[in-house]
Design a protein around this ligand. Structure first.
Ligand SMILES: NC(=O)c1ccc[n+]([C@@H]2O[C@H](COP(=O)([O-])OP(=O)(O)OC[C@H]3O[C@@H](n4cnc5c(N)ncnc54)[C@H](O)[C@@H]3O)[C@@H](O)[C@H]2O)c1
Ligand SMILES: O=C(O)[C@H]1O[C@H](OP(=O)(O)OP(=O)(O)OC[C@H]2O[C@@H](n3ccc(=O)[nH]c3=O)[C@H](O)[C@@H]2O)[C@H](O)[C@@H](O)[C@@H]1O
Length: 389
C-alpha cells in the first residue's frame, strides 16, 4: 500500500501544513481522522461538531504536543453564521456531518433528507464561492441495489461480476420505490454528489467525493443504554456488540442474508490521508473506499463476531447465539436493503495507490477487544443496578 511520507506527496512534492475545517469531526470517522492528523502530520484542524466526546482525548490537556493545532468549535451547521468564516480561513473543508444510521432513514426521513442534502448546501456554496477545496463524504448506499438482484434467482448472470461490482463511473444508482423510505438517505446523498459535481463542472469547485463501504472499528456509534439512548438502534457493529456484551442473541434482520464488505477504519483513514495530501490526484474524483476481500453475509458476520468475542472476553458464547427478526419489527415500515456491496477499487488504486490490508477477523479482534475493555464493566453495573420503583 502506498503511504504518504511526512514531507512529500506521492509525486515527490513537498507537503505544506494545511488548515482543515473538519465538519462532523466529533463522530466516528472524524475522531479517527483527527487522531491521524494530530499524531502523524503537521496540519491544523478546526474541528466542528455539536459533540466532542469522541475527540476529548485529543483536545485535553493543553500539554498535548498538538494542542496548538486543533481547535474545537461547537456549532450546528444548520443555523450558525460562524461556518462561512471557518471555511474561509481554511485551505480545505472535509464534510462528514450527517444523519447516517439506517434506523433513522425510514422513521425520520425529513431529518435525514435535511441533514444529508439541505444542511450540506451552505458548505458546498461557501467552498465554491471562496475557491476552497472540498472533500465531501457520500456513501456506498448511492449505488442502492445491484443489477443482479433484479435477475431471476437461477440466472447464471448473478455470478457475473458485471452484474454486482460497484464502479464509480459506470454503475447505475438503483433505489426502491418512494414509499420505501430507507432510500431517503441514499437519494439525498446522490443529489448532493450531483450538485458538487456540477459546481466542479460549471464553477471550477475543487472537490473529492468519498463513498465509504461499511467502515468499522472502535468508537463507532454507541452502546444503547450506556453512551446512547436505551431504545436507539445504531449500525450493525454496535448492535451486535451490544448483544454480545449483554449475552443476548444477535438479531438477524430478514434472515441476515444481505451481504456487506467491511473495511477497518484505520485502513480507510489512510485513504483519506492520501486524498488530503495529494490534491492533484484526488480533485475531481469520486472514490469507493472499501475492502472487497472482506465480504460476508450478515449471518456470517454474526457468527464471526460471536467467535471473536468469546476469544477476547474469555466467556463462552450463549447456547442460541442468533435470532431471526423481520425488518418491519426491527426497523419499522418503509425499510428496504442493499443486497450486496462490493467496491471496484481500480480508481483509488490508480490515483492514490491505496489498497486495504486488514482481514475481517483481525479488524473484529481489535475492535471487539476495545468494545469489551470500554463497555463490559459499565454493562455489568447497569444490569446489576436495581430498577427504581
Ligand atoms: N461509517 C461508515 O462506514 C460510513 C459509510 C458511508 C458513509 N458514511 C458517511 O461518512 C460521514 C461520517 O460518518 P460517521 O460514521 O463518522 O458518522 P457519525 O454519526 O459518527 O458522525 C457524524 C458527525 O456529524 C455530526 N453532525 C451531524 N449533523 C451536524 C450538524 N448539523 N452540525 C454539526 N455537526 C453535525 C454528528 O454530531 C456526528 O458527530 C457521514 O456523512 C456518513 O454518511 C460513513
Ligand atoms: O456503512 C456504510 O457503508 C453505509 O451503510 C450503512 O447501511 P447498512 O450497511 O445497511 O447499515 P448497518 O446498520 O451497518 O446494517 C448492515 C446490515 O445488517 C443488518 N442488521 C443490522 C443490525 C442488526 O442488529 N441486525 C442486522 O441484521 C441490516 O439489516 C443490514 O442488512 C449506513 O447507511 C451508513 O452508515 C453508511 O452509509
Amino acid at each position: 500500500m502506498a503511504t504518504s511520507s511526512a514531507n512529500v506527496d506521492l509525486d515527490g512534492n513537498p507537503i505544506r501544513p494545511l488548515t482543515i475545517c473538519m465538519i462532523g469531526a466529533g463522530g466516528f470517522i472524524g475522531s479517527h481522522l483527527c487522531e491521524k492528523l494530530m499524531v502523524e502530520t503537521q496540519h491544523t484542524v478546526l474541528a466542528v461538531d455539536v459533540y466532542n466526546d469522541k475527540i476529548k482525548h485529543l483536545l485535553e490537556p493543553d500539554s498535548l504536543p498538538w494542542a496548538n493545532r486543533i481547535q474545537f468549535h461547537r456549532l450546528n451547521i444548520k443555523n450558525d453564521s460562524r461556518l462561512e468564516g471557518l471555511i474561509k480561513c481554511s485551505d480545505l473543508t472535509v464534510n462528514l456531518a450527517a444523519i447516517c444510521t439506517p434506523a433513522d432513514y425510514n422513521t425520520r426521513p425529513l431529518d435525514t433528507i435535511y441533514s444529508n442534502f439541505i444542511d450540506a448546501l451552505p458548505v458546498v456554496k461557501y467552498c465554491s464561492e471562496n475557491n476552497k477545496r472540498l472533500i465531501h463524504f457520500s456513501t456506498c448506499e448511492v449505488y442502492g441495489k445491484t443489477i443482479g438482484s433484479f435477475l431471476p434467482q437461477d440466472s447464471p448472470l448473478r455470478q457475473d461480476p458485471a452484474y454486482y461490482i460497484l464502479k464509480e463511473d459506470t454503475s447505475p444508482c438503483i433505489f426502491g420505490s418512494i414509499e420505501k423510505q430507507r432510500w431517503s438517505y441514499a437519494c439525498a446523498k446522490q443529489l448532493i454528489e450531483r450538485l458538487i459535481y456540477a459546481e466542479g463542472a460549471e464553477n471550477g469547485l475543487e472537490f473529492t467525493i468519498v463513498r465509504p463501504f461499511n467502515w468499522i472499528g472502535p468508537r463507532m456509534d454507541f452502546i444503547p443504554g450506556i453512551d446512547g439512548p436505551s431504545e436507539g438502534v445504531p449500525r450493525v457493529l454496535a448492535c451486535f456488540s451490544n448483544n454480545l456484551l449483554r449475552r443476548e442473541p444477535l438479531k438477524l434482520v430478514d434472515g441476515g442474508e444481505s451481504q456487506r464488505t467491511f473495511v477497518y477504519i484505520k485502513d480507510a483513514i489512510e485513504a483519506v490521508h492520501l486524498m488530503i495530501e495529494n490534491p492533484a490526484r484526488a480533485n475531481g474524483h469520486i472514490f469507493n473506499v472499501g475492502n472487497p476481500n472482506n465480504e460476508v453475509t450478515v449471518r456470517q458476520l454474526a457468527e464471526m463476531m460471536t467467535k471473536v468475542y468469546a476469544k477476547v472476553s474469555g466467556e463462552d458464547s450463549i447456547e442460541n447465539p442468533t435470532i431471526d427478526v423481520s425488518s418491519k419489527e426491527f426497523y419499522g415500515e418503509g425499510y428496504d436493503d442493499s443486497d450486496k456491496r462490493i467496491p471496484d477499487m481500480a480508481i483509488i488504486n490508480k490515483q492514490l495507490g491505496w489498497d486495504p490490508k486488514t482481514s475481517l477477523w483481525d479488524l473484529l479482534e481489535s475492535t471487539l477487544t476495545y468494545q469489551h475493555r470500554t463497555y463490559a464493566e459499565a454493562i455489568r453495573q447497569s444490569i446489576a443496578k436495581p430498577v427504581a420503583s
